[in-house]
Design a protein around this ligand. Structure first.
Ligand SMILES: [Zn+2]
Length: 285
């Protein structure tokens, strides 16, 4: 999926244009999707990519060609990860000061030199022809907001649901139990489509969400089987479970495994101990 070739600018609905962040890589797939949302001359820019210089000329082209305007409106950011917020300073430098709105994550937001407007769950953002409602969806990141586009019953899912690949649940700010709960809440929205933070449009939200939930529950079963089979460390579990995954991604896989283990620990289904060398070992209860 890293090499997946997608158009740099693409219109996905009368109100939604995707502009690729020009930052492909093992964790970003074909790069971050940034979106111009709205029918008028001040569309929201939803996510900003990572700040790659090649992005700004594309954004300008999309604004002119697709929106008939020369600048975006306010910026809405799904979460603080650098491939989503990192482009914001460059956009402000190019187009001038405007709001950069996101759900606060104290201690993390300060890494970016930005004056942020706090988003709270349920906040509504309007511009010509579109109504976006903020939905707090922690799990991948504790500050993660998905934006529900009421006119289309569509959801901008950031990194919670991707058009390609699977979401990493990082140790820093991630939480597997929260993540599964966020996916379940998305199912309740009866979505018509998903605009993901990476990869192509998702036309079958229910199928994709079910697939995501099933995938995590299957991983949990695999972890339990690995522990039962004698793998007591995260490294040993990753080695058994992620045989088909490139080794470069194993550290990230390890974080997801550990996140599952923390969930099992909270559910009192797993316990950990340390050996004399300080290494952590897991067992089932
Ligand atoms: Zn992320």
């Amino acid at each position: 999926m890293w090499g997946m070739k997608l158009p740099d600018i693409d219109r996905w609905s009368p109100s939604v244009v995707v502009v690729r962040g020009q930052n492909p890589g093992p964790f970003t797939g074909p790069g971050t999707n940034t979106y111009l949302v709205g029918n008028g001359r001040r569309p929201f820019l939803l996510d900003t990519g990572s700040g790659v210089p090649a992005y700004l000329p594309l954004l300008e082209q999309a604004l002119e060609r697709e929106c008939g305007t020369d600048a975006p409106g306010d910026l809405l950011v799904t979460h603080v990860h650098a491939d989503h917020i990192g482009g914001a300073p460059g956009v402000l430098a190019r187009y001038g000061k405007r709001a950069v709105a996101k759900h606060p994550w104290p201690g993390r937001d300060e890494r970016f030199d930005l004056e942020l407007t706090p988003i709270r769950a349920g906040d509504v953002f309007r511009t010509d022809g579109v109504t976006l409602r903020a939905i707090h969806t922690p799990g991948h990141a504790q500050d993660h907001i998905c934006f529900y586009l009421e006119e289309e019953r569509a959801l901008f899912t950031g990194d919670v649901v991707l058009g390609a690949g699977t979401t990493v649940i990082p140790l820093d700010g991630g939480d597997m139990a929260d993540y599964l709960a966020s996916l379940e809440r998305m199912l309740d929205l009866e979505l018509a489509r998903i605009y993901p933070g990476h990869g192509p449009l998702i036309a079958d939200p229910k199928g994709k969400l079910r697939e995501y939930i099933d995938h995590r529950l299957e991983r949990e079963r695999q972890i339990i089987a690995a522990v039962r089979g004698g793998a007591s460390t995260v490294e040993a579990m990753v080695e058994r479970i992620y045989v088909d995954t490139p080794r470069a991604l194993w550290p990230a896989a390890g974080q997801s495994v550990l996140s599952h283990l923390h969930k099992l620990e909270r559910e009192r289904r797993a316990v950990r101990s340390r050996d004399p060398a300080g290494e952590e070992h897991w067992a089932l209860t």
